[in-house]
Structure formats: structure tokens, C-alpha cells
Design a protein around this ligand. Structure first.
Ligand code: ATP
Ligand code: MG
Length: 274
């Protein structure tokens, strides 16, 4: 269960150590305060969505968790270890926003996915049979086996996105952080993508934290929602978030929730940048 808390709990208040724990975390780019007093716990088995308008600090929050950005205040701990001393990076998979871009990266699908193992074997390490099996499995899970030898530049945007996800999975992470990772997937691909995450969460105990603007997916798929707009303004089950105008308050505009209104088609939410 997620405990996203308005007040930070004391050490040891939970039963098991959270995989990710943020206590009173604040971060800014120069004078632009982006995150303020964030308290959040992600526990094993969570399937959590982070929602918020453009510029709300969602990507920044993930980067702080990953240690790519250092908070100005507060503490981040990963698997019970202060983030600065955490070394087992492979335990946390990350699919960055626009991860499928790859630029003119001259590599095949297999080679890109295999870089996911570097977190375990080191950049200069040789892949063992076990590493290769993990890469193969990640490609299979994403339905990319038949494209393994193709250059990534020769893939469609949605296929590249799937390669980015395969790369993250190849490391065999215990937590997967995804930043708008379904962007660019077609309707069938998106359905398969969320179905896959659900399966990995349920069957392999993979903890999933995804940033998304897809309210439809949130309402149908995830177990917990975090509404972020510089501060955490709501944490809890999706049903509670989707009712009582909480989303409209988050986005600062009336929000239609698929399946709960008169329209049947799904809609994404975009709002003005701060
Ligand atoms: N490298 C940077 N330097 C300065 N400001 C930045 C930088 N990256 C992000 N920001 C600012 O920090 C704020 C939060 O950005 P962030 O990317 O975390 O938002 P987001 O919630 O992920 O938005 P989106 O939904 O558009 O992806 C924004 O005001 C943004 O302009
Ligand atoms: Mg972002």
C-alpha cells in the first residue's frame, strides 16, 4: 500500500521497509521551487500513478528519486539506504520521458535492450548467458523478438518506445519508474502495455510507479494515485481521486473521467504550463 503522507511519519512506523521513501523533500531549479515538502512511500507491490499538469514536477520527482537531482531539503532513501549511499541501481528501472527518441543511435534493438544489463555487469562487462537470457525475455515480453536485429532507427515511434521499456526490464528491476512511457503507442499497444504492467505487478511482484496523463488508464488499472502540483495534494485509491472534483482541482479545469460521463471515448488531459 502507498502511504503518501501530508505529515512525514517517524522512522520505523511501517511494517516493512518501503522501497522508496521521501521525507520532506524540496527541490528547485534556481529560484523556481518545483517540489515542496514531498513525503511519499512506495512499498513492494504498489502500482501507482503520479498525475499532475504540465510543469507540476512529476519528472523532477522521479529524477530526485533516482539521484539524478539532489534535493535542497529532506531525505530520500531507497531500499532502506540513503539515496547517496545506494549502489544497487539495477533494482530500480527507469523509462524516461521520450525515452524512445534514441536520436541517430547506431545500434540494433538487441544492443539497446542489452544496455539495460550494464547496471548489473558494468559498462565494460561481458554479458553472461544469464544476462542474454534476461535481454531475450525482456524483448519477448514486449513482443520485440522478431525485431531484435533491426537498427532502432528503422523502427516506428511506438516500437522504439517498447525498446526503451524492454531496456529497463532487462535489468530485472524490482521497481519500475515510467515517465509517460505509453506516449506514442497506438490504442492496441497502449492496452497491451498497461496489461503487461499489471501482469508484471501481479505475477512477478514488480512495483510500478508511472507518470501519466491518461486518466482512463488510471481509473481502470492502478491501485494508488498521487496528485502532484509542486506539493502532493492527494494520495489514495483512484476511485477517491476521480470523484469529488479532486482532478478538476488538480488541473484547474473541469476534468472528464472516461466511463463516468456521457462520452464513451477516452481522453487525455493536458493543461497549460505553469
Ligand atoms: N533542467 C531544468 N532547468 C530549469 N528548470 C527546469 C528544468 N527541468 C524542468 N524545469 C522546470 O521545473 C518545473 C517542473 O518540470 P517537470 O519536467 O518536472 O514537470 P512535469 O510535471 O514532468 O511536466 P510534463 O507533464 O510537461 O512532463 C517546470 O517549471 C520546468 O520548467
Ligand atoms: Mg515530465
Amino acid at each position: 500500500m502507498l502511504r503518501g503522507l501530508r505529515h512525514c511519519p517517524r522512522e520505523g512506523s511501517g511494517t516493512a521497509e518501503p522501497l522508496i521513501r521521501l521525507e520532506g523533500v524540496s527541490f528547485g531549479f534556481g529560484r523556481n521551487a518545483v517540489l515542496e515538502e514531498i513525503c511519499l512511500e512506495v512499498r513492494r507491490g504498489d502500482f501507482m500513478a503520479i498525475l499532475g499538469p504540465n510543469g507540476a514536477g512529476k519528472t523532477t520527482l522521479l529524477k530526485v528519486v533516482l539521484g539524478l537531482l539532489t534535493p535542497a531539503a529532506g531525505q530520500v532513501s531507497l531500499f532502506g539506504v540513503p539515496a547517496g549511499r545506494f549502489r544497487e541501481r539495477y533494482r530500480i528501472g527507469y523509462v524516461p520521458q521520450k525515452a524512445g527518441a534514441f536520436g541517430a543511435f547506431p545500434a540494433t534493438v538487441w544492443e539497446v535492450a542489452a544496455t539495460g544489463r550494464f547496471a548489473r555487469v558494468g559498462f565494460w562487462g561481458r554479458l553472461s548467458k544469464q544476462d542474454e537470457a534476461a535481454v531475450r525475455e525482456a524483448l519477448a515480453v514486449l513482443g520485440l523478438e522478431h525485431l531484435a536485429c533491426r537498427p532502432v532507427q528503422a523502427l516506428s515511434g511506438g516500437q522504439r518506445q517498447r525498446v526503451a521499456i524492454a531496456r529497463a526490464l532487462a535489468a530485472g528491476p524490482e521497481v519500475l519508474l515510467l515517465d509517460e512511457a505509453a506516449e506514442g503507442l497506438d490504442a492496441a499497444g497502449e492496452e497491451a502495455f498497461y496489461g503487461l504492467l499489471e501482469r508484471l505487478n501481479r505475477e512477478r511482484d514488480l512495483t510500478v510507479v508511472l507518470v501519466t496523463h491518461d486518466i482512463g488508464a488510471v481509473s481502470r488499472r492502478v491501485k494508488q494515485v498521487v496528485c502532484l502540483n509542486r506539493r502532493i495534494i492527494f494520495t489514495g485509491p483512484p476511485q477517491e481521486c476521480l470523484e469529488n472534483g479532486k482532478l478538476s482541482a488538480l488541473y484547474g479545469m473541469p476534468v472528464y473521467v472516461p466511463g463516468r460521463g456521457t462520452e464513451s471515448r477516452r481522453r487525455r488531459i493536458y493543461s497549460r504550463e505553469r
